[in-house]
Structure formats: structure tokens, C-alpha cells
Design a protein around this ligand. Structure first.
Ligand code: ATP
Ligand code: MG
Ligand code: FE
Length: 340
């Protein structure tokens, strides 16, 4: 019998019905982009409220699409970490309530492990062991993964995440939210060498990242130090495209460089990449080139499974196979500690 998976860690409310072979019987995703657009970023309280309104209709729709009777479910899985506290809480409380009402066991899913597991869903053969890179709105992390559930944290961003940097550059150029797709679209028309932005920590010999200096460099290349007002900015489309292209090149260089370094150091022959920024066309291209020239396998999450969704919650089956259920007193772990 299938499981119900619930995802509400940030600004997507999603549910899916997934059988033991990973086949998706039904799913539903409600995005909140239009609610956060005017703030040019996710507003936590707005997100929590929207999850609350949407969670039951979303679960209901996924169930209806699948034709599965809730009483025939094997378990209910929910992402309990990391994420925005208010957002996580809505999913976890919904999952616990339904588990109690329908007398189903509960499974807790780590959202970042799930982002990487999206790569397994795209592959017919086991992708683990491997090096895993999460590039998302809130995280930029490298792991040595010996299984879907056994991940050793190698390093991650010490300030902004890659996706956050895309969103902030988009905000500076008034390109809307989320910024990744818009920046990437403009970048395709730009000159990647127009601005010489920093590749921070690129050669520090470790696996940490920093994107806040890059963000500041982009800002100064647009308005100059001390200036606050972006609204009066009159940049030509070509100038904007050049900023986007040069920014994207700086982010991608670092991600490609560090992931290749991890592959080498851990003598791995496979890299898996998940999270919203993994949808970036230039990153996908450059990772493929790096894999070809260094001779390792690369598996990037399918485009529709890069940003938040409940289908990657199929990782819950890996926990079920190990008998790792959660108890009904499961609490959220917003968990901004490094390593998650
Ligand atoms: P986390 O997973 O760390 O909790 P999140 O769930 O908010 O964060 P995701 O949904 O995985 O993050 O990804 C959203 C991010 O991906 C946003 O910052 C968005 O700008 C970025 N993004 C989406 N598409 C692209 C793209 N084509 N190029 C670059 N960035 C992109
Ligand atoms: Mg989102
Ligand atoms: Fe995410």
C-alpha cells in the first residue's frame, strides 16, 4: 500500500501518494510565489498562513487524483527539517493529526536529503554512494553520501545560499521573485566576462562557500557604494544581462569547482545535485562538462523535482525499509545548524 508525503518547509504546499516502487499515484502542489512577489522574498508569517489554508485541500486533491482510500495508506511522511518554523509546523501538525485519525505510522523526512533523493528518482540504478550537492534557496552544501540516509556533511555556505544570491540579484535588477529563473533567462543574452565578480573561497582547500561578497560586488557594480536607491536605476537591458551573465558565471564556477574537488578527494565516481538552483541551465551544462572532462557520472534532479515538491518525499520509503518511524510527539527542527 502507498504512502502519503507532505512538504511544507518553505513556500510550497505539496502532497503526493507514492507506492513502494516510487511510482507517483497522485500529487498536488500549491505555490505561493504570487503572495511573496511584492516583498521580493518569502515572508515567513505569510507563508505559514497560506500553508494553513492550503494544506488540507492539497492533501485531499493528491488523494483524489490517486484514487487511494486514506485507510489503505501504509504511512504518512512529512518533512520535519530544516525550514521556516511556521511553515514546518503546519505540515507536521497536519501529518500527526491524520496519522492519529487514520491510525497510520508517521515518518519524518529531512528536506535536504529529499532534495538529493530526487536524483535517485531519475535513475534506474542506485546513485548512492556518491557526493551530493544541495543548491537551494536556503542551502548550499556538499555531502559524502554512503546511502540515501547516511550523509556526511563536508561543508556549506557560511552566509547566503546560492538561490538566495540569485533572488537578491534579481531584486536589485527588479526582475521579480523567485529570481533564479529570471536571472538565468537574462544571463543567456549577456557577456559572462563583462564583470569580474569574486569566486569566494574557491581555492581554500575546503568545502565551504560564501556568496555574500559576490552579492555585494554585484550591488556595487550597479549602484556604487553607499547608494541605496535601486528604483531610479536606469540600466539598459544589455547592461542587466551582462550583470546576470557575469554573476551566474561566478556562482557556477564555484559550485563546479568545489563539487569536482569533493569527487577527487573522496575518490567517488558519481555526483548528484538537487535543490532549486539545480534547475539552472548554465549550471547543468557546466556540471556535465566537468563530469565529462574529469570522468565521473553526474545525475542532476529532473527539472520538475528541483524546487520544492512532495514527490522527493519518496525517500520516506528508505526509512520505512529500515523501520525508522517517528512517534506522535514529533516536533519540528527548523535547524539552522550547519550540517543539516
Ligand atoms: P531549502 O531547500 O534550502 O529549504 P527552498 O526550499 O526555498 O530552500 P528550493 O525550492 O529548493 O529552495 O529552491 C528555490 C530557489 O531556487 C530560489 O532561490 C530560486 O531563485 C532558485 N532557482 C529556481 N530556478 C532557478 C534557476 N533556473 N536558476 C537559478 N536559481 C533557480
Ligand atoms: Mg519555493
Ligand atoms: Fe527546498
Amino acid at each position: 500500500s502507498p504512502i502519503l508525503t507532505i512538504e511544507s518547509t518553505c513556500d510550497e504546499t505539496a502532497a503526493a501518494i507514492i507506492d513502494e516502487d516510487g511510482v507517483v499515484l497522485g500529487d498536488c502542489i500549491a505555490t505561493q510565489e504570487e503572495l511573496h512577489e511584492k516583498f521580493r522574498g518569502v515572508v515567513p508569517e505569510v507563508a505559514a498562513r497560506a500553508h494553513l489554508e492550503r494544506i488540507l485541500p492539497v492533501i485531499d486533491t493528491a488523494l483524489k487524483k490517486s484514487g487511494v482510500d486514506p485507510h489503505d495508506l501504509h504511512a504518512i511522511a512529512v518533512a520535519d527539517r530544516p525550514g521556516l518554523a511556521g511553515s514546518l509546523l503546519v505540515g507536521v501538525v497536519a501529518a500527526k493529526t491524520l496519522a492519529l485519525a487514520w491510525e497510520k505510522p508517521l515518518v519524518a523526512v529531512n528536506h535536504l536529503h529529499a532534495h538529493l533523493y530526487a536524483c535517485q528518482l531519475a535513475s534506474d540504478v542506485p546513485v548512492y554512494p556518491c557526493i551530493g550537492m544541495v543548491v537551494s534557496g536556503g542551502h548550499t552544501s556538499l555531502y559524502h553520501c554512503t546511502s540515501p540516509l547516511d550523509l556526511e556533511y563536508l561543508g556549506g555556505t557560511i552566509d547566503d545560499a546560492a538561490g538566495e544570491a540569485f533572488d537578491k540579484v534579481a531584486a536589485m535588477l527588479s526582475l521579480g521573485f523567485p529570481g533564479g529563473p529570471a536571472v538565468s533567462k537574462l544571463a543567456a543574452q549577456g557577456d559572462r566576462t563583462a564583470h569580474d565578480y569574486p569566486r569566494s573561497m574557491m581555492h581554500d582547500g575546503k568545502f565551504n562557500f560564501s556568496f555574500s561578497g559576490l552579492k555585494t560586488a554585484v550591488r556595487y557594480s550597479i549602484v556604487g557604494p553607499g547608494q541605496q536607491d535601486f528604483s531610479k536605476l536606469k540600466l539598459s537591458d544589455q547592461a542587466k544581462a551582462d550583470v546576470c551573465a557575469s554573476f551566474e558565471a561566478a556562482v557556477v564556477d564555484v559550485l563546479v569547482g568545489k563539487s569536482a574537488k569533493a569527487i577527487k578527494q573522496f575518490d567517488c565516481n558519481r555526483l548528484i545535485v538537487g535543490g532549486g538552483v539545480a534547475a539552472n541551465g548554465y549550471l547543468r551544462e557546466q556540471l556535465a562538462d566537468s563530469a565529462r572532462s574529469s570522468g565521473f557520472d553526474i545525475i542532476i534532479a529532473p527539472m520538475d523535482l528541483c524546487t520544492d515538491n512532495a514527490i522527493m518525499g519518496a525517500i520516506a520509503w528508505e526509512k520505512i525499509k529500515r523501520g525508522q518511524y517517528a512517534s506522535l510527539d514529533l516536533d519540528i527542527t527548523p535547524g539552522l545548524q550547519r550540517g543539516f
